[in-house]
Design a protein around this ligand. Structure first.
Ligand code: ATR
Length: 277
């Protein structure tokens, strides 16, 4: 018999109240006229596996996973995509009809799609990329840049050991540089990406020297609150091509929505407005 239940999806984090995902998915459900609900769930780490294993029985078709669960969810997922394995984290779970939990990571897809949309002439293979930071977000970015054909990915991080780990995981296209050198690295490169939390509302400012930024470099920031960070403002003034980070958040949500609710949503100005409401 066909399952006539309304499909449920959601986002699991701890805390989760700040998440923009419910606004994005609900906007798509309404604009596409689809039956479905998307629910934020605050789940403590010790309850994560029990809650996730219960959700399919309650009509859930999948969930997004956010901080602090993106790594730990891999310890009990039944199937893990190659991308999620390489990145070491998942942001999207699909609850399959046979009861298996499939874990994927769409952050890299969101990152690249946002860049291609915001800087259509950008060619990932045209030159080196500089990645500021080496946390979970940086792992998704480096993985996506390597897949897109970046010839050299220069990673710089306050804690050097995390950058070294990225190099050992992603191979010799990754070059590690000292955090104190960050200002010198950005001159004349093809792409600069901030994956640190610096510059975010409530966090310290990204204080690296930015006078090396050159016209033609594509500059993007994963921080999207504020939308125009000091990095992006300075880059714009220097004649760089600037892409804000909100689009990554929107695009990473697309594959999950399509799998859960059966239609591929578009990312447009109305989606941006819905996320910012
Ligand atoms: P995410 O999953 O969002 O990447 P994370 O794994 O906590 O979160 O990583 C945060 C990134 O911001 C790291 O690169 C971190 O540098 P460290 O590895 O040295 O912690 C960087 N970061 C956070 N606060 C910072 C600060 N005050 N100065 C420099 N880098 C900072």
């Amino acid at each position: 018999m066909t399952d006539m239940r309304i499909p449920l999806a959601g986002v699991i984090g701890h805390p989760v109240a700040h998440s923009k995902s419910p606004r994005i998915h609900r906007h798509w459900l309404v604009t596409l006229g689809l039956n479905g609900h998307y629910i934020p769930m605050d789940v403590a780490p010790e309850d994560l596996e029990t809650v996730i294993r219960t959700l399919p029985k309650a009509g859930f078709v999948g969930v997004n996973i956010t901080v602090p669960h993106k790594e730990s969810v891999l310890t009990f997922a039944d199937q893990i995509s190659d991308r999620a394995t390489l990145i070491g984290a998942a942001n999207t779970l699909i609850f399959r009809a046979d009861g298996k939990i499939h874990a994927d990571n769409t952050d890299g897809y969101g990152f690249i799609t946002n860049l291609k949309e915001g800087a259509p002439d950008w060619d990932p293979a045209a030159g080196p990329a500089v990645v500021l930071g080496a946390g979970g977000a940086a792992r998704a970015v480096v993985s996506a840049l390597a897949e897109a054909g970046a010839p050299e990915i220069i990673v710089t991080n306050r804690t050097r050991a995390r950058a070294d780990r990225l190099q050992s995981d992603f191979g010799n296209r990754v070059v590690v540089a000292d955090w104190v050198q960050a200002g010198n690295l950005i001159e004349g490169v093809n792409l600069v990406v901030n994956t640190t939390s610096l510059g975010m509302v409530g966090k310290p400012e990204l204080r690296i020297p930015l006078d090396g930024l050159s016209p033609g470099t594509v500059v993007t920031d994963l921080v999207y609150a504020p939308l125009k960070t000091r990095l992006l403002q300075t880059a714009e003034e220097a004649g760089c091509i600037v892409v804000d980070g909100l689009g990554m958040l929107l695009h990473q949500a697309v594959p999950g929505f399509e799998r859960w609710f059966g239609e591929r949503p578009v990312v447009d100005a109305a989606t941006r407005a819905a996320a910012l409401r």
